[in-house]
Each structure stands twice: as C-alpha cells, then as structure tokens.
Write a protein that binds this ligand. Structure first.
Ligand code: GGG
Length: 349
C-alpha cells in the first residue's frame, strides 16, 4: 500500500518522521512511502505550494499522511500561493469532504486540560467538519475599493443541499456507530446557509429514525463545549465552525498537539493530519508534540488500510506513554519530540 508522506512546513517534518517510526515499530504491514513537498517548502523549491508532482503522488496513494503547512516567509504572497492553499487544494482536488476530529481526554491529562478535571473527564466526542465548501471556497471573494475609496474585503459563505446532505449522512452514520446522538451546529438564526443546513439535516434525519438529533447555534456550542462537554457525542458542522470548534475542543483535552484528524472521501481514501499547524516558533527545536500525528497515523491504519489491530496497539501505547509521565512542553512536561515518540515505541511492548 502506497502512503504519500507530505511533511510540509515548520514542525511538520519532525512529527511526520516520528509517526513513521511508530508505524514501523508497531508492525504496520505492507507500507511503501513516497515523500513529496507541500506548502511553503514546495513554494520555495518550485514556486507553487501544491505542485503537480505532489498532487500526482497524492492521487496514486492509498492514503496520505500530512504534517502541517504555514510559513511566515510566505505571509505576503498572493493568496493562491500561500502554503495554506496546499491543504485546501488537496481536500478539494481529492474530494476529501468529511473531516473527522475525535477529541477524547486521556485520563492522565486531566490536569493539562483548560477545564476543571471533573468536567474534562467527560470528554469523548467527535467533530465532523465539512471540508470542501463554506466561506473557504465560496465565490465571489476578494479585495476591492468601495465608492468612498475604502478598502473592502468580502467572502461568500455558500453550501448547496447536496453538500450538506453528504456530510449530514456521515454525521448520522458516525452517530449510529457510537451513542446514537448527533448535534448539528449552525447559525440558523442569522445565516441563510445555516437555515438551509438545518433544513437539509432534518430531511436526512428521516432516514435515521434511531438517531437522536439536536441542533445548536455555534455560539452556544462554543459555550457548551467548555461548560458541559460531556453532553456531546457527535457534532456535525460546516467548514468554518468546525475549524474553530475543534481547536477549542483540543484545549479541553490538554493541547492542540493531541488532536488527530481524518479527511475522507466517499471511498476508503483519506488524508490524515494533526489538526495543529506548522508552529514556526518551535520548529527545529525538538519541542513539538508528535502524538497528534502518531494518532493520525493510527486513524489511517483503521480507516484506509484495514489494519485496525495495529491502530489499537498504537493508541494503547500512546495512553501508556502518558501514564508513565512522558509529556512534551505543550502538556507541561519537558520530553523532546523524539523522547515522546521513544516512550510510545517502548510502550508498544
Ligand atoms: N495540519 C493542519 C494544518 O497544517 N493546518 C494549517 C491550515 O492552514 N489549515 C487550514 C484548515 O485546516 O482549514
């Protein structure tokens, strides 16, 4: 099975290297890796953040393991050349519309959570973020001058009903495989897209009578995530709201360095990445937390490669490594990236 390794920028190469070490140590079967440049690194090498050669490898691969993109050197580039366009382009080109972001507190990290431990302990949820629509892709968008000569920026939030129905189904299916509860998050009291979102989610719910569906405005959802996160099991939401809520959820389970993700199309193909970005401030210092990427690699084994047994071993080893007190700086410890990964490998048994 071919795995496209796209390390990207900043801490991306460091955390990808550690995830590959864990895959080997855990006994993942029949993996062949092909590495390609993406993001700022690709721009600097070839003038584009998502070169055709990278897209070709990603298309050929059975799964993609992605690090992070973002490079302050590229901040002043035109938008289509910025490193972040690489991940947006990959999702769009490969039709990876469903982003699964599980947030579960490892019990030994209760003290690292931004929440009180007794509240944090209840967190075991998955945010399903739609990835290929919304204000990230809607047209028109741009910068222009108003009649009064003022600079004006504008974006378009848009979804059509097929895009909403498609992600809603993923939400209902995921809820069926878990507790049977689904919360759809929107802003239907203000936004037209959200009114359509709510209508379509309700229509799709007719096919899932066994799922208990609720709706929540995004501002309330943000509040409830810190007030009483245990009420959530599966959340389905749009691209922008999902991006924000999942970063918030990550701090509730200890650190953004803990959250893996899977971006799936309608087959088994997927792109797996930590939800964190490139963290240029700590790049190259051996301080990055590799666990989100290691857990993303486990998701890859489970969802795309049919190796749930190896995924289980890796997840259990992460838990044991934390139990033995190993922590990187974001979790209040002083383990280096490599030492954290060594602890996971040692815990594989
Ligand atoms: N590994 C995630 C990453 O690199 N994030 C940077 C980024 O710009 N992401 C945009 C997004 O997730 O929509």
């Amino acid at each position: 099975m071919l795995i496209a390794l796209l390390p990207g920028d900043g801490i991306g190469p460091e955390v990808i290297a550690e995830a590959v070490r864990v895959l080997a140590a855990a006994g993942a079967r029949d993996l062949v890796f092909e590495t390609a440049e993406v993001g700022g690194a690709a721009y600097k090498a070839s003038g584009h953040p998502l070169p055709q050669a990278t897209l070709d490898v990603a298309r050929r691969a059975d799964a993609i393991l992605f690090g992070a993109v973002g490079d302050p050197d590229c901040d002043r580039l035109e938008r289509h050349l910025r490193p972040e366009q690489a991940i947006l382009g990959l999702r769009k080109e490969l039709g990876l519309f469903a982003n699964l972001r599980p947030a579960k507190l490892f019990p030994e990290l209760a003290d690292a959570s931004a929440l009180r431990p007794e509240i944090a302990r209840a967190i075991d949820l998955v945010i399903i973020r739609e990835l290929t629509g919304d204000v990230y892709f809607g047209q028109p968008r741009g910068l222009r001058k108003t009649d009064k000569g003022l600079r004006e920026g504008f974006d378009t939030m848009r979804y059509d009903e097929s895009e909403i129905a498609r992600i809603a189904k993923v939400g209902f299916e995921t809820a069926m495989a878990r507790s049977g509860r689904l919360c759809s998050v929107d802003k239907a009291n203000v936004l037209e897209t959200s009114q359509l979102w709510r209508d379509v989610v309700m229509e799709v719910s007719a096919d899932y009578p066994e799922v208990e569906l609720s709706h929540m405005y995004v501002d309330n959802a943000a509040m409830q995530l810190v007030r009483a996160p245990g009420q959530f099991d599966v959340i389905v939401t749009g691209n922008l709201f999902g991006d924000i809520l999942s970063d918030q959820a990550s701090m509730c389970v200890g650190s953004i360095g803990m959250l893996p993700s899977a971006s799936l199309d309608s087959s088994a193909k997927g792109l797996y990445e930590p939800i964190h970005g490139s963290a240029p401030d700590i790049a190259g210092q051996g301080k990055a937390n590799p666990l989100a990427t290691i857990l993303s690699a486990a998701m890859m084994l489970r969802y795309s490669l049919g190796q749930a047994d190896v995924a289980d071993r890796i997840e259990a080893a992460v838990s044991r490594a934390l139990e033995t007190g190993h922590r990187t700086a974001d979790l209040g410890g002083n383990a280096s990236t490599t030492a954290m990964c060594d602890a996971v490998i040692a815990a594989l048994g």
